[in-house]
Design a protein. Structure first.
Length: 196
């Protein structure tokens, strides 16, 4: 689907009622996410908290971006792109981690299914709004640097989200780096496509 054809669907995703539902869903998801991370946050120095709850922090930023979109009728420079790209990243990251765990453990629990579905939804919403509101080149540069720094801190300092199994780390770490690289490259291609 071309960007021009996609724009025909933008009215649905920009409808005030739809935006309000998204805000509520992401706020509730964020609250549950911070609760999910309560143990890891308690075990982490406060100065490093910014790097711990990746998923709920991304949905919090997404909710803020949509609030501005709803009430200010505009996207917020930097915040919007950071929100859109991080919900995509951590949405797909959690889908991968849960799927990998199922393959290793051979058992599926309803909580993991709920997390799988909700994080897939995170990624989808990010993709939709990233296409509607592609970033400026300077936004792409700043956020790309942040994504790389965050990955480094997560795995060099051991602040990555807790995994179900220790043996997942050897697979999840390279997947995370590759996912970040793919997102950086594809978002740059989106910018170039819009500029044509």
């Amino acid at each position: 689907m071309t960007l021009k054809r996609f724009s025909k669907f933008a009215q649905l995703f920009l409808h005030p009622g739809f935006l309000k539902i998204l805000i509520i869903i992401n706020i509730l998801g964020s609250i549950y996410g911070y609760y999910w991370y309560r143990g890891q946050l308690a075990a982490t120095p406060v100065k490093h908290w910014l790097f711990v709850p990746d998923s709920p922090l991304s949905t919090t930023l997404f909710a803020l971006a949509i609030i501005f979109l709803l009430y200010q009728k505009r996207k917020v420079l930097l915040l919007s792109f950071l929100a859109f790209i991080t919900v995509i990243k951590y949405g797909f990251w959690a889908v991968f981690v849960n799927t990998h765990y199922w393959l290793l453990a051979g058992q599926i629990h309803w909580v993991e299914v709920m997390l799988w579905l909700s994080h897939l939804g995170m990624a989808v919403q990010g993709i939709i709004y990233l296409i509607i509101f592609p970033p400026a080149l300077w936004e792409w540069g700043v956020v790309s640097i942040w994504l790389v720094i965050n990955d480094y801190v997560d795995y060099a300092w051991g602040l990555h989200p807790y995994l179900y199994l220790a043996e997942q780390l050897s697979v999840v770490q390279p997947f995370t780096f590759c996912l970040t690289a793919v997102l950086i490259i594809t978002s740059l291609l989106l910018i170039r496509r819009v500029r044509r």
